[in-house]
Design a protein around this ligand. Structure first.
Ligand SMILES: C[S@@+](CC[C@H](N)C(=O)[O-])C[C@H]1O[C@@H](n2cnc3c(N)ncnc32)[C@H](O)[C@@H]1O
Length: 197
């Protein structure tokens, strides 16, 4: 079974599950979780973002994905690293798996942002501007974030940086790009959004 190394730990990657790449690592490097915080790992894939939170001593991680195999994969990795007690794995689309009033200290999402005519690959394809899932996420995360909470998400410059800033500002958030990585024809961006009130 293919595997990768993350912070010196081995993570398995099952077939049909997103193999952590530059985007996953850039996001993980910039996600800061404090001890005892609760984390929502949206689009968990192999589980890398949730595991990163567990490594930073999160108290609880809820991981979700539309892909059932990804959830099995993430669970396998969390168990292999001894983190299973703090994890919950729930299948669903975006915030579907959460109760209306369920809130977290930290929300992390590396969405499918690739510009694509059809949506064939759920781990990659984000529609014509690569924003289909991203925009839904940006409109929905705030009600599941605690006061004082932080949301981290990744996108590429090809999706439009300003569009994300605008969507966040319209909701009263100050958006900050905390990391950038230049790739061949695009730039990966990590956004951090703080919920002050
Ligand atoms: C780019 S991969 C990221 C995987 C992992 N978090 C990482 O950083 O490597 C996007 C993940 O989001 C999942 N996904 C796509 N659309 C989703 C949706 N609407 N709701 C929940 N998960 C979704 C995909 O199945 C895939 O596992």
């Amino acid at each position: 079974m293919p595997s990768i190394f993350f912070k010196e730990s081995k993570l398995f990657v099952l077939p049909k599950v997103y193999e952590p790449s530059d985007d996953s690592f850039l996001l993980a490097e910039n996600v800061k979780v404090k001890e005892k915080e609760s984390v929502f790992d949206l689009g968990t894939g192999s589980g890398i973002q949730g595991i990163n939170a567990a490594m930073q001593k999160a108290e609880k991680v809820v991981s979700t994905d539309v892909n059932e195999t990804a959830l099995l994969n993430a669970e396998k990795n969390a168990k292999a690293l001894g983190f299973e007690k703090i994890f919950e794995f729930r299948k669903g689309n975006l915030f579907d798996c959460l109760k209306k009033e369920e809130k977290f200290d930290v929300i992390v999402f590396n969405p499918p942002y690739v510009i694509s005519e059809e949506k064939k690959y759920k781990d990659l394809d984000g529609g014509v501007r690569g924003r289909e899932v991203l925009d839904e996420f940006l409109k929905g995360f705030a009600k599941h974030l605690k006061k004082g909470g932080k949301c981290f998400f990744l996108q590429t410059s090809l999706n439009g940086e300003e569009e994300s800033v605008k969507l966040l500002e319209e909701q009263g958030f100050e958006a900050k790009v905390v990391a950038r990585k230049r790739l061949f024809f695009e730039e990966l961006l990590v956004f951090r959004v703080l919920k002050a009130i």
